[in-house]
Design a protein around this ligand. Structure first.
Ligand code: PLP
Length: 437
């Protein structure tokens, strides 16, 4: 579908004023083609573009909006907070209360520091891990994204256990050389790396629910193996829960898998749609941070009272409304409806789902667990599905490798509508490309 005249006009102005017309690359529709719809407003499960077209939204601002857009109680809390001042640069009750909630909710966590984005949370957690261990190496998994931190914008070189290579211009090769990349779902590669470099590894960072290269749901045995190898070699385990934290449940993926990381990073849901990130750990680790310890970390807007209030209001509604349980039920319904749509289509595709996070795995009869198993040619077929859905008033993420999100604002009827829309979209897709061969 092509964007409306107003979206076209705004995006043309955007291209003059903003690099690529956007402030975050995937918004540019580069992976699906066409002009991005420019959004005027959003409410509950619906977004409205500048031409007045409405879309049933399954992006949810890429994860934060677990209650849906502009939730009444969150908006009221933000309005009240703004009237009390937008930033103090000093401690405030809201940040202390939100920190206490994280501590009470998440396994093994005793202290929290708030920052303003997921990237900042990961960057700070990595520095803390290096400071606390006195080691330099960081291990990450291919297919996991941890924000645009220099040391983690690194791709695997050739071979399974490899030195990192920068995956962005501007990342010095010397930085990337301190990062090791492993495939997910592969205990043998893990062992090989720890045997070679175990004493130099400060931390292993993983999205316990990898959701940035499709949804690569891990075997709990693999995650336990990662925990065990870290313990055995004195390396810290960082769970990047920027997506999964407070979305899968109050204890995130850690509680889901029954594992306790040394450090956890948060973002998205914890900020209720405002710019918030956080990292957290035991008292013994967190005391290494300035002002008590020697690992420096700071932020003008960190613990911002308006953002903290939005996070508190969001978690409050989730608890009062039995939110996580309801999201799991809606997720089960989605799994059934989309699973059926995919089974009945002539295309080879499957559905991955955990809680309220879902992903359509094209060219895969069962959802893959490692990035290397994700079909590289999904893009073109996905673009056709994406545009067909958009023309039907349904918004999925503009990339084959991004997940979808359910919110408490979605209904079973919304999910049914997505199922019908997907069936129609699959009929139009190039069947040769997606055929059940
Ligand atoms: N970590 C994970 C797992 C993410 O998915 C993201 C962003 O999508 C980040 C970190 C970075 O967060 P932000 O975009 O808030 O900087």
């Amino acid at each position: 579908m092509s964007a409306g005249a107003q979206s076209e006009a705004w995006f043309s102005r955007a291209q003059a004023a903003l690099p690529g017309g956007v402030d975050s690359p995937v918004r540019a529709f580069g992976a699906v083609g066409g002009t991005p719809i420019v959004i005027q407003s959003a409410k509950a499960q619906t977004i409205v573009d500048v031409d007045g077209f409405e879309y049933l939204d399954f992006v949810g601002s890429w994860g934060p909006l677990i209650l849906g857009h502009a939730h009444r109680e969150v908006v009221a809390a933000i309005e009240a907070a703004v009237r009390r001042g937008t930033s103090y640069g000093a401690p405030c009750p809201a940040e202390i209360e939100l920190a206490e909630q994280v501590v009470q909710s998440y396994p093994g966590i005793e202290q929290v520091r708030f920052v303003s984005s997921g990237t900042e949370a990961v960057m700070s957690a990595v520095r803390l891990a290096r400071g606390a261990t006195g080691r330099d190496f960081i291990v990450k998994f291919s297919g996991c994204y941890h924000g645009h931190v220099d040391h983690l914008l690194v791709a695997a070189g050739s071979g399974l256990v490899t030195l990192g290579e920068p995956s962005s211009a501007g990342v010095p090769a010397d930085f990337a050389a301190l990062t090791r990349i492993l495939p997910l779902d592969d205990e043998a590669a893990l062992d090989e790396l720890f045997a070679a470099d175990g004493k130099r590894i400060a931390a292993v960072i993983i999205e316990p629910v990898p959701a940035n290269n499709g949804l690569l749901i891990q075997r709990s045995e693999f995650l336990s193996a990662v925990r065990e190898r870290c313990d055995r070699h004195g390396s810290l385990l960082i769970f990047d829960e920027v997506i999964s934290g407070f979305r899968l449940g109050p204890g995130g993926a850690a509680a889901h898998y029954g594992l306790v990381p040394d450090l956890a990073t948060f973002g998205k849901v914890i900020g209720g749609g405002m710019p918030v990130g956080a990292f957290a750990g035991s008292r013994a680790l967190m005391r290494e941070l300035a002002p008590e310890g020697s690992v420096y970390q700071a932020g003008t807007l960190s613990g911002n009272p308006v953002a903290m209030t939005a996070g508190l209001a969001t978690l409050g509604v989730l608890r009062e409304a039995d939110g996580w349980h309801r999201l799991e039920e809606l997720g089960r319904h989605l799994e059934q409806v989309l699973g059926e749509a995919l089974r009945e289509s002539p295309c080879r595709a499957s559905l991955a789902r955990l809680g309220s996070i879902f992903w359509i795995a094209l060219f895969a009869s069962t959802p893959p667990r490692a990035a290397e198993a994700v079909a590289p040619a999904s893009g073109e077929a996905y673009a056709s599905i994406f545009h067909s859905l958009l023309a039907q008033g349904i918004a999925l993420a503009p990339s084959a490798y991004e997940v979808g999100f359910l919110s408490l604002a979605h209904t079973t009827a919304d999910v049914d509508r997505l199922g019908e829309g997907l069936s129609a979209a699959l009929c139009n897709v190039n069947h040769g490309a997606l055929a059940n061969d």
